[in-house]
Design a binder for this molecule. Structure first.
Ligand SMILES: C[S@@+](CC[C@H](N)C(=O)[O-])C[C@H]1O[C@@H](n2cnc3c(N)ncnc32)[C@H](O)[C@@H]1O
Length: 254
């Protein structure tokens, strides 16, 4: 049994700050388009967190299921306006019958599941024939990945390489499991550029805003912030970039 290393219960009440109402997410469009394309009726998000994406899918999809390890995140998801069926559980042992869902997806979560193969196998089991698995997230293994966190905070890059499957590796895993039409798409370009001291206002730089920084000890986190400040002393207009693609790897159960 795989346990997540980060306690999402502690950060659940602040988590929705990452979803300002004014922002339009291309990954939401990709999910909606996929759900419409396969005419998904029963949908499961694994690692559903506060239910943001499930709530978005509440347009033509009648059965919206969320599974998450964190009771705190599930409590937050209960506040969404869509009627969500929420279960506490782990991604590698899904508490659902075989052939239950038309669409199973996860967003920014597979790096917490530990055993990626076990998750893909479980997804295959609970999908109906013709159903789709979609894994959405970033891929630190890819050559075009540029995130200033990796330059300033010790161990974050190495930890991410261990936690995240590469999108090619994931495609291979899905093919081996029996999925067909497995493909990868770039669905959202994340580009945020912070100049000078404004980098310290990046909402993601707070220690609890991402698992990358939340997993660090206080000392390692502070050392990273000090390194940023030292560079700012040398060049007050220094540019800090987050520049990468969010990808969707998807396949169909025959
Ligand atoms: C970064 S959050 C993403 C939440 C949501 N998908 C979103 O995009 O807003 C990752 C979520 O995965 C959940 N999680 C971590 N490990 C898990 C596991 N082994 N099984 C199920 N959920 C897990 C966490 O509790 C957390 O809610």
């Amino acid at each position: 049994m795989t346990h997540p290393r980060l306690n999402y219960d502690k950060i659940s009440s602040d988590y929705n700050q990452r979803y300002p109402s004014t922002f339009h997410w291309a990954r939401g469009d990709a999910l909606l388009e996929l759900a419409r394309h396969i005419d998904a009726k029963a949908v499961l998000e694994v690692g559903s967190g506060t239910g943001y994406w499930l709530n978005l899918l509440n347009q033509g999809t009648s059965q919206l299921y969320g599974l998450d390890f964190s009771a705190g995140m599930i409590a937050q998801a209960k506040n969404q306006s869509a009627p969500l069926k929420l279960t506490r559980g782990i991604a590698t042992q899904l508490p659902f019958r075989a052939e239950s869902f038309d669409l199973l997806y996860c967003v920014d979560a597979i790096h917490h599941f530990g055993d990626h193969v076990a998750f893909v196998n479980e997804a295959f089991r609970v999908l109906k024939p013709g159903g789709a698995l979609a894994v959405i997230g970033h891929d630190p293994h890819s050559g075009d990945f540029n995130w200033y966190f990796y330059d300033y905070f010790d161990t974050v890059y190495e930890t991410d390489l261990r936690r995240y499957p590469s999108s090619d590796g994931l495609k291979e895993m899905m093919n081996r499991t029996g999925f067909q039409n497995v493909e990868r798409r770039n669905i959202e370009h994340v580009l945020s550029i912070h100049e000078g001291e404004k980098v310290l206002d990046d909402p993601f730089i707070k220690q609890n805003a991402t698992s990358q920084l939340a997993l660090l000890s206080r000392e390692t986190y502070e050392a990273g912030i000090e390194r940023i400040k030292a560079d700012l002393k040398k060049d007050s207009r220094m540019v800090f970039k987050s520049d990468f693609w969010v990808r969707m790897v998807m396949g169909i159960k025959p």
